[in-house]
Design a protein around this ligand. Structure first.
Ligand SMILES: NC(=O)c1ccc[n+]([C@@H]2O[C@H](COP(=O)([O-])OP(=O)(O)OC[C@H]3O[C@@H](n4cnc5c(N)ncnc54)[C@H](O)[C@@H]3O)[C@@H](O)[C@H]2O)c1
Ligand SMILES: [Zn+2]
Ligand SMILES: [Zn+2]
Length: 397
């Protein structure tokens, strides 16, 4: 079959690879209808996540049609239209039983490297390096979905393929952050990053009762989407002093909840940013924590910070003093989508959550390398490049 593969740092190519097969009774095989790029793919593409191999099939945010079902699968039949959680979880281990699905003890068949890097291995993810399981991704005609009863969710009639696509990764990641940060009705929430993840975190926060939500980015087309489709306030970090402006808009106190949805490749200006870039390029630190630091400074005393942006290793100049003395609660996670996807699909069906607007560029899988370049360079207002393995392309919205 045809698949879009990682072939080296900042290089992808459409290649012919083996068709997936059922390997386990709890697997299904999915014919991919739509698969999209995510900010996490950029960290892979840029070589910041170790243990990628040339020829690995990319893609972890996807939906499609079930074409084959393992003998032990109960919830799905051939022909079902499903969206699939990007993290793979067994549904039965100690962590799954507590709803911490991305920490599943059985999701990652290759736990050695992350065990060494982080003290414990976390679960597995489609196409997220061999350290996170070495699973083939969804930028392909077909994909094997392990533990399908746990990770695949039937899309309700009336929810389009495009809308359901983002219930796979961007939206449940946003919900993981908003819920995990412990939003209570009336809260003020600031979200760093207006990509798919930040936008969904902002909408999740609103649906969980936040009164004021402010999304920070520098890209005007993304900030416009936030105003139009999410209904949140915006802030351009290249025009305003973010910490001062957030205080100004919150009666001098700062946001109750801060959600970081930028991750290890944050951008900024000034000497501190230059220092981070140089250190990252020299591999003296693995990640650029620009937005993370700002969130720690901006958060109100006793507030809560949730880190959704992906970080891989160690960072420098982390404001530990501010964190400790201001009594902040800090959490982070890869998404626990198995917990949130049914509710997200329902919000879409009920007209409470817009996701389709994220699909700014829809193209054939053959155009994958171009799609990745556009997404990486944020060209032509690209928020997500969406690939259709059946070949049909539709004009950009
Ligand atoms: N925790 C999870 O399960 C999970 C799942 C998906 C993605 N992610 C991570 O979430 C992050 C965002 O993903 P995405 O798909 O929205 O990515 P994206 O690349 O589309 O968006 C990132 C946004 O951050 C903005 N940004 C950069 N520097 C900033 C700064 N200093 N202040 C404010 N905004 C800044 C960029 O302009 C961009 O709009 C990535 O790190 C990704 O790896 C995590
Ligand atoms: Zn993702
Ligand atoms: Zn498990």
């Amino acid at each position: 079959m045809k698949a879009l593969c990682w072939t080296g740092v900042n290089e992808t190519a459409v290649e012919t690879v083996d068709d997936p097969r059922i390997l386990n009774d709890r697997d299904i095989i999915l014919k991919v209808r739509l698969s999209t790029t995510c900010g996490s793919d950029l960290h892979l593409l840029g070589g910041y996540i170790p243990s990628m191999r040339a020829g690995d099939v990319l893609g972890h945010e996807f939906m499609g049609e079930v074409v084959e079902v393992g003998a032990a699968v109960r919830n799905h039949r051939v022909g079902d239209r499903v969206t699939v959680c990007s993290f793979i979880a067994c549904g039965r281990c100690w962590y799954c039983a507590r709803g911490l699905f991305s920490l599943c003890d059985n999701g990652n068949p290759n736990p050695g490297l992350t065990d060494l890097m982080w003290g414990s291995a976390i679960g597995g993810c489609f196409a997220y390096s061999h350290a996170l399981g070495g699973f083939a991704g969804s930028h392909a005609e077909y994909v094997r979905v392990p533990y399908a009863d746990q990770g695949a969710f039937t899309v309700p009639d009336g929810v389009s393929d495009t809308a359901a696509l983002f219930a796979s990764d961007a939206a449940p990641t946003g919900w993981t952050g908003a819920d995990g940060a412990g939003i209570t009705p009336g809260d003020t929430v600031a979200v760093w990053g207006a990509g798919g993840v930040g936008q969904m975190a902002a909408r999740g926060a609103m649906l969980m009762g936040a009164e004021q939500v402010i999304v920070i980015d520098r890209l005007p087309e993304r900030l416009q989407q936030v105003q139009r489709y999410i209904g949140a306030e915006t802030l351009d970090h290249t025009k305003d002093d973010v910490v001062a402006e957030l205080k100004e808009r919150t009666g001098g106190r700062g946001p109750d909840v801060c959600i970081e949805a930028v991750g290890m490749e944050a951008r900024s200006t000034g000497p501190a940013y230059l220092y981070d870039r140089i250190k990252q390029q020299l591999r003296l630190q693995t990640d650029r924590p620009t937005a993370l630091r700002e969130a720690v400074y901006a958060c109100r005393k006793g507030g809560s910070l949730f880190v959704l942006g992906v970080f891989g290793g160690a960072i420098d100049k982390f404001p530990m003093g501010a964190l400790m003395n201001k009594a902040l609660t800090v959490r982070g996670a890869q998404q626990h989508g198995q917990r949130y996807i049914p509710r997200i699909l329902q919000h879409i069906a009920d007209g409470e959550l817009s996701t389709e607007h994220l699909a700014t560029h829809v193209m054939s899988l053959d155009d994958g390398p171009r799609g990745y370049r556009m997404f990486k360079e944020k060209q032509d207002g690209c928020v997500r490049a969406v690939f259709r393995p059946d070949g049909a392309a539709t004009p950009a919205r």
